[in-house]
Structures are given as structure tokens and as C-alpha cells.
Design a protein around this ligand. Structure first.
Ligand code: ATP
Length: 473
């Protein structure tokens, strides 16, 4: 099909890490990002009409799409595209024995300090030090309490009796249900080592100071893989999974140069871990952890075996050996990934308005793979039945294959801007040429607009589905 305005370009070169636009990364402004998230329906403060619940967030119509796309892509590459990983979905309510065995009841705590002046509760590492004296970061007060350990788990009661025997916990990570179900899953899946069990789900931590928007929340989602192996494979698999996980972030549009691998030093690492990497991202508020990749040895399975009295050993039919498998764990946060994607995608540039005057355009440059809406569909005029009918036919054509959005209200330039601002990578406009009014050879063609370059290409309606599917894959 003829290309009126733009030279066709290979889609894989146009987005994310390899953006041909070379856009200058704005000095990302969290206030603008938070405001856009609210204004366009990505993320709202939980219980907002009652003043908000600190550390909890609700995802709106666009946020939930973005989040699902991230989780689906993770599931696709970690579970569906592999022979050696199966999935599970465990309960959030957790038996206290599980978290006693894992060490969470005793040790899952942060050191906490209170400021007696402004009554702030602070994580000990948040204090500022001036001339060798520790101070409250809020009010500068020096009258601070001693450090005490604050357990981050949410405790609840199961059943009618609120006594010691009815305590349960909201899980602080998804991993423990994987360890506890290891034997069942091994039996039903009949996998041989090395193999993994993956899970995506909510986790809860009573963080002392939730902050940086969704970055540190009290309720969040994790995408965790426990990849079981023989002891001698552990270190090699740690490297393998670190690389796989870096590829994942690049494939959803976070360039490699904004990802950093931090080797967690011996004194910060859990005593049972033989190696841990943090994958970090340059957030506007600093370089922070997106994901941890840890070689946890046989610690978790051994602990549960000891505490439950049930064997969690693996029997190797070839060597006739019985042993507790080791595990490598890539553990990623859904909310932190979503936040990184929004921060990475946000930009402002200059674009002409209806009258050709330059104006500021806010764009989310999401990779098409994770963009909430893949394509906007616009009849040039809303009061022309033929244009509207054609546009709705295109909606029906594309809808089974991707999430599209129909918009007929306002000037076409405004409609493009609205989609740019929420990161919709493509726009299809049905105009009079589509109806074949000016040139019969253009009948049943539409313009396909590219969000990033703003260039338009004329394509046949019959080719639209294939073109778009290839670009969003
Ligand atoms: P941090 O040091 O930032 O508290 P962590 O090392 O305790 O994180 P892990 O226990 O390794 O985190 O959890 C794995 C992943 O779960 C983290 O890399 C992060 O993406 C996510 N995560 C952990 N705590 C939170 C939280 N409070 N809010 C949002 N995501 C979180």
C-alpha cells in the first residue's frame, strides 16, 4: 500500500531502548507523573474520599491494563515459553508455622526509631547525620528513641476467636507458598531438576514509611520464580537468571543503560544466600531496587522439612540420590515495574496544534507490548454516518486481537493528544479518502499514525490487523 507521509520502518527499531527519536530524558518530575496517573486513570490513592489509606493504591482503568500487560508478559516468558517452569497461585492467608519456619516471625523486621519532637516513626536508615549527630529528617529534632525492631508482617485472626491460636499472617512474599507446595507440584508436574515454580500475587508489608508513590507500599504484587536445581548448578543459574531478567526489562522498554546490577555485599546478604544481585533502575528519586535475584541454597526447603517433619527431598532416578534441592529466586515487584515504565515513558515535546502553533505535548512512550491501549480509532467527523460506520467496522475487526479505543469527540488533533498522553502507540483515522470520494484507489484505506514520530502512513483496512499485530507482539 502506498505510504503518503512516512517511510515504513521496521517496528522493532522504533520503540523503547532503541527509540529513533533520541528523546532527551526529562528531569523526571514525580509530581507531574503522580498528577498524570490520577488525571488519566492509572493510579489513585486508596480510600481517597476518606482521606486515603497510607501505603495503599488503587489502579484505575488504564493502570489495570498496564499492570496486566506486565504480568502477562512475565508469565508468557517465564512460564508459557519454557518447558521447565510451571505456575501456581497460593493463598494470601498464611499459617503461622510457615512463617516461623521461614524465619519471618522472628526476623522479618526493620530497625525503627521515633522522633520525640515531631512524633515521626522512622526507619533507622532514614536519619540524617549532621556533625556526627543523628537527626530527624522531618523536623531536625535530636531527641530520638532507641532503635527497636519492628516486624513488618500484618497479623490477623482466622475464625471467631481472636486468641493466640487463631493468628494468621498476610503473606509478606509469595515465595513461601511455593516452598510449602514444592512436593505436591513436583509430583503432579513430574518435572526433573532443574525446574521452576512461578507465582504472581499480592504481598503485604507494614512498611514503617511508605513513600515515593507506589515504590514502597504496604500492599503490592510480586512476580516470583523459585528455580530448583542441584547444588552444583546454583552459582551458574544465578548468572543465567540475572541475564534473563535484564532481558525482560529491556523487552518491555527499559533501556539497559538505566538498569544497574548491584552485587549485594556479604554483610548485607542473608546468611544462607551464596550470591544475590539487585536489579536497580534510575527512578526520578534515585537508583532503587526493581528486583532481587538470589541464590538461596537449600535453606527454605530444609527449614520447612525440619519444621513440618515432611520430606521435601528430590529423588534422582539416574544417580539414585535423595537430596533437598537448592533454589535460585528472581523476585520482582509488579508495582515497581509499572512505576519504572511510567517514569521511563514520560516525556514532553513540542508539536503543532490545529492551527500549526507549537504546543507542549505530553507523551507516554510505552513499548507497544505493554501499552494499555494499542490503537485509537477515529472517524474524522462524528456527524457523518459513513465515516462512523466504517470506523466501527474497524473496531470490530481489531477488537478480538487487541485492546482498542474508539473516540469520535473533539477535533482530531485533540483526540491524538489524548491518546499520546496515555501512551497509545497507534491511531487509525477514517477520512473521506477511506470512502473513496476523492480517489477511488484509496477506497478502504485509512491513515495509521505513529505516536512517537507523529507520522502517518496510508494502509489498506484489510492489512491493518496484520500490521498492528506484528508491531505490538
Ligand atoms: P527493599 O529493600 O526495597 O525494601 P526488599 O529487598 O525487601 O526491598 P524483596 O524482599 O527482595 O525486597 O522483594 C522482592 C521485590 O518485591 C522487590 O525487589 C520489590 O520489587 C518488591 N517489593 C518489596 N517490598 C515492596 C514494597 N514495600 N512496595 C512495593 N514493592 C515491594
Amino acid at each position: 500500500m502506498s505510504d503518503e507521509h512516512d517511510a515504513p520502518r521496521p517496528p522493532s527499531q522504533s520503540y523503547g531502548a532503541a527509540s529513533s527519536l533520541q528523546r532527551i530524558r526529562p528531569v523526571a518530575d514525580m509530581e507531574k507523573i503522580v498528577s498524570l496517573c490520577k488525571r488519566r486513570g492509572f493510579i489513585f490513592q486508596a480510600s481517597e474520599i476518606y482521606g486515603g489509606l497510607n501505603g495503599a493504591w488503587d489502579y484505575g482503568p488504564l493502570g489495570v491494563e498496564l499492570k496486566r500487560n506486565v504480568k502477562n508478559y512475565w508469565w508468557q516468558v517465564v512460564v508459557h515459553e519454557r518447558d521447565d517452569v510451571v505456575g501456581m497461585d497460593g493463598s494470601i492467608l498464611t499459617h503461622p508455622a510457615v512463617l516461623k519456619a521461614s524465619g519471618h516471625v522472628e526476623g522479618f523486621s526493620d530497625p525503627m526509631i521515633d522522633c520525640r519532637t515531631c512524633k515521626a516513626h522512622l526507619r533507622a536508615d532514614q536519619l540524617v547525620e549532621k556533625k556526627g549527630v543523628k537527626q530527624c529528617p522531618n523536623c531536625g529534632g535530636k531527641d530520638l528513641t532507641e532503635v527497636r525492631q519492628f516486624n513488618l508482617m500484618f497479623e490477623t485472626h482466622v475464625g471467631a476467636a481472636a486468641d493466640e491460636g487463631s493468628i494468621a499472617y498476610l503473606r509478606p512474599e509469595t515465595a513461601q507458598s511455593i516452598f510449602v507446595q514444592f512436593k505436591n507440584i513436583l509430583e503432579v508436574s513430574r518435572k526433573k531438576l532443574p525446574f521452576g515454580i512461578a507465582q504472581i500475587g499480592k504481598a503485604f508489608r507494614n512498611e514503617i514509611n511508605p513513600r515515593n508513590f507506589t515504590f514502597r507500599s504496604r500492599e503490592f504484587e510480586q512476580m516470583e520464580l523459585e528455580y530448583f536445581c542441584r547444588p552444583e548448578q546454583g552459582m551458574e543459574l544465578l548468572e543465567y537468571w540475572k541475564e534473563e531478567r535484564l532481558k525482560f526489562y529491556e523487552n518491555i522498554g527499559i533501556p539497559r543503560d538505566r538498569l544497574h546490577v548491584r552485587t549485594v555485599p556479604d554483610d548485607e546478604r542473608a546468611f544462607y544466600s551464596k550470591g544475590t544481585y539487585d536489579i536497580e533502575y534510575d527512578f526520578p528519586f534515585g537508583r532503587q531496587e526493581l528486583e532481587g535475584v538470589a541464590y538461596r541454597t537449600d535453606y527454605d526447603l530444609s527449614q520447612h522439612q525440619k519444621a513440618s517433619g515432611k520430606s521435601l527431598e528430590y529423588f534422582d532416578e539416574e544417580t539414585k540420590q535423595r537430596f533437598v534441592p537448592h533454589v535460585v529466586e528472581p523476585s520482582a515487584g509488579v508495582d515497581r515495574t509499572v512505576l519504572a515504565l511510567i517514569c521511563e515513558a514520560y516525556s514532553e515535546d513540542q508539536a503543532p496544534d490545529e492551527k500549526g502553533k507549537m504546543e507542549t505535548r505530553v507523551v507516554l512512550h510505552f513499548h507497544p507490548r505493554i501499552a494499555p491501549i494499542k490503537c485509537g480509532i477515529f472517524p474524522l467527523l462524528k456527524n457523518n454516518t459513513q465515516l462512523v460506520t466504517k470506523a466501527k467496522e474497524i473496531v470490530d475487526l481489531l477488537r478480538p486481537h487487541m485492546f482498542v479505543f474508539y473516540d469520535e469527540s473533539g477535533a482530531i488533533g485533540r483526540r491524538y493528544r489524548r491518546q499520546d498522553e496515555i501512551g497509545t502507540p497507534f491511531g487509525v483515522t477514517v477520512d473521506f479518502e477511506t470512502l473513496g470520494e476523492k480517489d477511488a484507489s484509496l477506497r478502504d484505506t485509512v491513515t495509521l499514525r505513529d505516536r512517537d514520530s507523529m507520522k502517518q502512513q496510508r494502509v489498506a483496512i484489510k492489512d491493518l490487523r496484520a500490521i498492528l499485530r506484528e508491531r505490538i507482539a
